[in-house]
Design a protein around this ligand. Structure first.
Ligand SMILES: C[S@@+](CC[C@H](N)C(=O)[O-])C[C@H]1O[C@@H](n2cnc3c(N)ncnc32)[C@H](O)[C@@H]1O
Length: 271
């Protein structure tokens, strides 16, 4: 294919790199050019635009921000699955069993399509039951991902990694037209809230959290952005609360006020 929808000049690519960095903090390295072409060319076709330069003008000068949100949805990576990096959920189970906390408040701060949130809810329900006063918040910059998370409805392929016992206990198996789908049980959904939220912005003044999961998102940020994001999040974490990052991520040397209790699990140091 060599048409205007598959050719992105270096200059136009740099414009998209800058836009996504300014909007989401995401660094798109030069090797990501084919990925950007692949993800945006369908959108150009939908809008009947002649080339990437026209799409850039459309995104950057549109007045309602809706296309900017669409671009963020398209250029961010949403890979996630149930019980991803399982050791964190073993740690959570132990921590909940230690009985140190009354009404745990957990936050999945880049929750994508929700699998991380529902995994947390399953672990909380397992240890504390449906009726205990626990809560989980899921936020993400991508409105499309948050809408999927909130729908709490997954097809067979998405729940493949979810142990059978959890499917039985916490999901409603679809029948008829819903055959092959799984809906998260209402008794979990009652404990969970979602919001579209950009980690670059100051965080809402909600009650402080006991544990924040910030997994597999900092790999897309540079050091100044990581620092800014962690500082925002720390203001929403209880003293001695926990911040958990992905296994290929580290906070070492980035901010003060956190100490590692084990690799990828940090606790806030009481001042
Ligand atoms: C790879 S997913 C990680 C999902 C989940 N935490 C996990 O570990 O499976 C990364 C998510 O970070 C989100 N993201 C990227 N930049 C963000 C920002 N500035 N604010 C909030 N979310 C962001 C993306 O939309 C995407 O859904």
């Amino acid at each position: 294919m060599t048409d205007a929808l598959t050719e992105l000049s270096d200059h136009d690519f740099q414009l998209f790199q800058r836009l996504i960095y300014q909007s989401a903090g995401v660094v798109l390295s030069d090797v990501k050019k084919p990925l950007v072409i692949g993800r945006l060319s369908h959108r150009l076709r939908q809008l009947d635009l002649p080339d990437f330069a026209a799409y850039y003008r459309y995104v950057s000068h549109g007045d309602d921000g809706a296309e900017r949100q669409r671009l963020i949805d398209l250029l961010t990576t949403h890979e996630t699955y149930f019980f991803r990096e399982e050791q964190h959920f073993h740690w959570l189970t132990q921590w909940l069993r230690s009985g140190d906390v009354d009404a745990p408040r957990l936050w999945s701060a880049a929750c994508s399509s929700g699998e991380e949130v529902w995994t947390l809810a399953m672990v909380l329900a397992d240890v504390l039951g449906f009726d205990a006063p626990w809560s989980v918040y899921g936020t993400d910059i991508s409105a499309a991902a948050v809408a999927q998370a909130e729908a709490a409805h997954y097809d067979e392929a998405r729940v493949r990694g979810l142990p059978e016992a959890y499917k039985k206990k916490y999901c409603l198996k679809g029948v008829g037209r819903q055959q092959g789908t799984f809906l998260i049980d209402r008794r979990l959904r009652d404990h969970v809230g979602f919001q579209v939220l950009n980690l670059l912005q100051a965080q809402p003044q909600v009650m402080a959290m006991d544990v924040i999961f910030l997994r597999n998102v900092m790999i897309y940020f540079d050091a100044p952005t990581k620092k800014r994001v962690i500082e925002h999040l720390l203001s929403r974490l209880k003293p001695e609360g926990y911040l958990i990052v992905g296994h290929s991520e580290s906070l070492n040397g980035l901010v003060s006020g956190l100490t590692a209790v084990r690799p990828t699990i940090y606790t806030r140091v009481r001042c």
